[in-house]
Design a protein. Structure first.
Ligand SMILES: Cc1cc2nc3c(=O)[nH]c(=O)nc-3n(C[C@H](O)[C@H](O)[C@H](O)COP(=O)(O)O)c2cc1C
Length: 204
């Protein structure tokens, strides 16, 4: 179950029948990013159990500075509030030099602090990714999961690694059907986990 952020009143008690709020974060800042397209696809395929919204504040988040973690700059406050205000996260990451993009790691570091009140602790998260390479950003996704696990997030054991991403979206940006199916199942998993702490059947 996700933990409300102590400094935030955004998570009101809700009935279990209400949709779970899922925040999408793209690790890519690129305007025409395939990972942004993946989040757009998530909004398109989201089941009725999910209220999906993508977050667009990553570029404004400054480099982490431990001196500022207790009184962080406004973009970091926005980041923490955005995470605190949802039941679950869906992170779509590219792979940079066999790892996760620095801007994503930086944001996760900010969100993980101060440790006692971290908005990531107990947060239900799924990690997906797209890359033009045949591997589909699997190494980056694995590293994001490692970082999230270190923060105490509740990382789902699901995967959507999209290889040759330039072939997986049509001219209108619509994601190929098999991946849409997997993405919808991941969103169902997120909602179920955020609702009950249980997982559904495997995504495949
Ligand atoms: C600095 C840099 C390093 C990259 N390293 C990798 C890599 O290790 N593996 C990979 O599959 N793609 C790599 N790429 C290619 C990215 O996967 C590609 O630019 C991708 O489209 C980025 O995702 P986006 O479309 O969401 O922006 C790299 C790109 C950049 C800019």
């Amino acid at each position: 179950m996700s933990q409300p952020h102590p400094d935030s009143a955004v998570l009101e008690p809700r009935s279990t029948s209400e949709p779970r709020r899922v925040l999408g974060i793209s690790g890519s800042l690129r305007r025409d990013s395939y990972n942004r397209l993946l989040l757009r696809a998530a909004a398109q395929v989201a089941p009725t159990t999910v209220g999906f919204v993508a977050w667009d504040g990553l570029k404004a988040v400054p480099p982490f500075d431990e001196d500022d973690e207790a009184a962080p700059p406004p973009p970091v406050v926005s980041l923490r509030e955005a995470i605190a205000g949802v039941d679950a996260l869906l992170i779509a990451t590219p792979e940079y030099n066999a790892s996760l993009p620095g801007q994503l790691k930086n944001a996760l570091d900010w969100a993980s602090r101060p440790y006692e009140t971290s908005v990531l602790r107990g947060k239900v998260v799924a990690v997906i990714g797209a890359s033009p390479s045949p591997s589909g950003a699997v190494r980056s996704q694995a590293e994001v999961r490692t970082v999230l696990a270190a923060t105490g997030a509740d990382v789902l054991d699901v995967e959507l690694a999209i290889p040759r991403c330039f072939e997986q979206f049509d001219f209108e940006g619509l994601l190929a059907a098999p991946h849409r199916h997997t993405l919808r199942r991941i969103l169902e998993q997120l909602a179920a986990r955020a609702r009950t702490g249980d997982t559904l059947l495997p995504v495949a």
